[in-house]
Design a protein around this ligand. Structure first.
Ligand code: NDP
Ligand code: 8X3
Length: 251
């Protein structure tokens, strides 16, 4: 029998690649994003190989998320996997210059949106003693960098929320994982730099960055691990990325 995966942020990047790879692997899909045209195009493409239910939704809207998930039609209403992937960074200014609206948007999407999706689907998973919540955090939740301020903090929330979820569902059979990607080329930087294509593209010049398929392969592997195996956290960087020395300011 087919398994069902719900993927938020399926209109681009990691989420879109996950949708394709999970469909190819035989999962039926619920795909979510705000850009309806892209979502419909993806649903049309993937419905040639699996059952697809597309929901155009803003994960920041609590009641819309709850309504959409409580009203999932059969056979999509008993999901095996929830991939909480929708998220964004906005701006790279230092904290004392950052835009407060951007900070709120990141918290509302990366933390609260992820909370709403999880809270809506978790009771069913616990009742069925089966399910897997896979959160897409970031290495930015583990390591500070200049301008990472609220984005990194939102992903640190995702990391600790994931661990605490594991504690709460202990003994129920439900699995929880945090995937923590590093430098990857998606629309992430275009969004972060608010449509400045030159700035976004130049970041990836002459680098062998991660691709959406790299991360989607890992998420699919994690989702298909046996029931008795729980990958807690998985941090992944491209080989070209590592840490810098600590900075010393000299006056
Ligand atoms: P993209 O910008 O390519 O994709 C982001 C996806 O999230 C889009 O499908 C977008 O769809 C969706 N999304 C954003 N806001 C909302 C919202 N309010 N409601 C519903 N959907 C939303 O970036 P990535 O694929 O890179 O990002 C996916 C995740 O990976 C994010 O959580 C990001 O923080 C994380 N990440 C990215 C890294 C990178 O270097 N690229 C590294 C580490 C983590 P739409 O606009 O149609 O709503
Ligand atoms: C995205 C990776 O390094 O741009 O989470 O913060 S980074």
């Amino acid at each position: 029998m087919s398994k069902t995966a719900i993927i938020t942020g399926a209109t681009s990047g990691f989420g879109q690649s996950c949708a394709k790879k999970f469909a190819e692997d035989g999962y039926r899909l619920v795909i979510i994003g705000r850009r309806k045209e892209r979502l419909d195009a993806l649903a049309n493409e993937l419905s040639k190989i699996t059952d697809v239910h597309a929901i155009s939704l803003d994960v920041r809207e609590r009641q819309s998320v709850l309504d959409a998930f409580y009203e999932l039609p059969e056979p999509f209403n008993q999901p095996d996997v929830l991939i909480n992937n929708a998220g964004l960074a906005l701006g790279l200014e230092p904290a004392h210059k950052a835009n407060l609206d951007d900070w709120e948007d990141m918290i509302d999407t990366n933390c609260k949106g992820l909370m709403y999706c999880t809270r809506a689907l978790l009771p069913g998973m616990v009742e069925r003693k089966h399910g897997h919540v896979i959160n897409v955090g970031s290495m930015a939740g583990n390591w500070p960098y200049p301008g990472g301020n609220c984005y990194g903090a939102s992903k640190a929330f995702v990391q600790q929320f994931t661990r605490n979820l594991r504690s709460d569902v202990h003994g129920t059979g439900v699995k929880v994982t945090n995937i923590e990607p590093g430098f990857s080329k998606t629309e992430f930087s275009l969004v972060r730099f608010k449509g400045d294509e030159g700035r976004a593209d130049s970041l990836y010049d002459n680098t062998e960055h991660l691709t959406p398929d790299d991360i989607a392969d890992i998420i699919l592997w994690v989702a298909n691990t046996p029931a008795h195996v729980n990958v807690n956290t998985l941090e992944v960087m491209p080989t070209c990325q590592s840490w810098s020395p600590l900075s010393i300011h000299k006056s």
